[in-house]
Design a protein around this ligand. Structure first.
Ligand code: GRF
Length: 197
């Protein structure tokens, strides 16, 4: 049976992308990663996609309005029968074109216990605030910034001698396990719903 196809959207180094790909390749996920969508030509995540032979859709948002690139992305994803979108360090707000085409099928990972520390540099924000606990949140994407309904959270302790870099690493280790697990759960649940309907 063909597996559910998903797209990963990323803008940066792609460590979450790689963690997902590795589990998908080892057949531990109920989905195949069909495509990487990236808004940063030259980003490291594109090299990772190439290493694993994952097709890419790369655009430069400086050269094309949001509505237009989102229309192109939707067209490409629908052509490939992509059913879910998982954001993994994608630094762009999702607009109505994508939100309408993939309603309740776009998910994001954020490195804090939302609603605490939304937006950019969540790890730095938590570090500066000197809180003792931060964490990771996986949530559905809506029109806001890190505001959609929460699917899963895992806390991460901040120790007195942590640097921001050490904390960031500890958070990413949690992300790399949590995200593939939740992706798998979401897809399996959606398949069950389709069968019993
Ligand atoms: C992750 O910490 C994720 O939570 C946030 O952006 C970071 C991406 O890291 N949204 P990477 O590119 O997956 O290494």
């Amino acid at each position: 049976m063909n597996k559910v196809k998903v797209a990963i959207f990323a803008s940066g180094t792609g460590s979450n992308f790689e963690a997902i790909i590795e589990q998908a390749i080892e057949n531990q996920l109920a989905c195949d990663v069909a495509i990487l969508v990236c808004d940063k030509p030259g980003a490291k995540v594109i090299d990772i996609a190439n290493e694993y032979d994952i097709p890419t859709f790369v655009f430069d948002p400086k050269n094309i309005p949001k509505k237009e690139y989102e229309q192109k992305v939707v067209k490409r994803l629908l052509l490939m029968n992509v059913e879910w979108i998982f954001l993994a360090g994608y630094m762009r707000i999702i607009g109505p074109t994508l939100l309408n085409a993939y309603e309740i099928k776009i998910v994001n990972i954020h490195p804090s216990m939302l609603p605490a520390f939304p937006g950019k540099d969540a790890v730095g924000q938590a570090f500066q605030a000197k809180v003792k606990i931060t964490g990771v949140t996986i949530h559905y994407v809506d029109a806001g910034i890190d505001t959609g309904p929460i699917i899963a959270q895992e806390s991460v302790e901040i120790f007195p001698d942590d640097t921001k870099e050490v904390l960031q690493k500890r958070i990413q280790q949690v992300e790399h396990k949590l995200y593939p697990r939740i992706i798998n759960q979401l897809i399996k649940q959606s398949l069950k719903v389709e069968v019993t309907d």
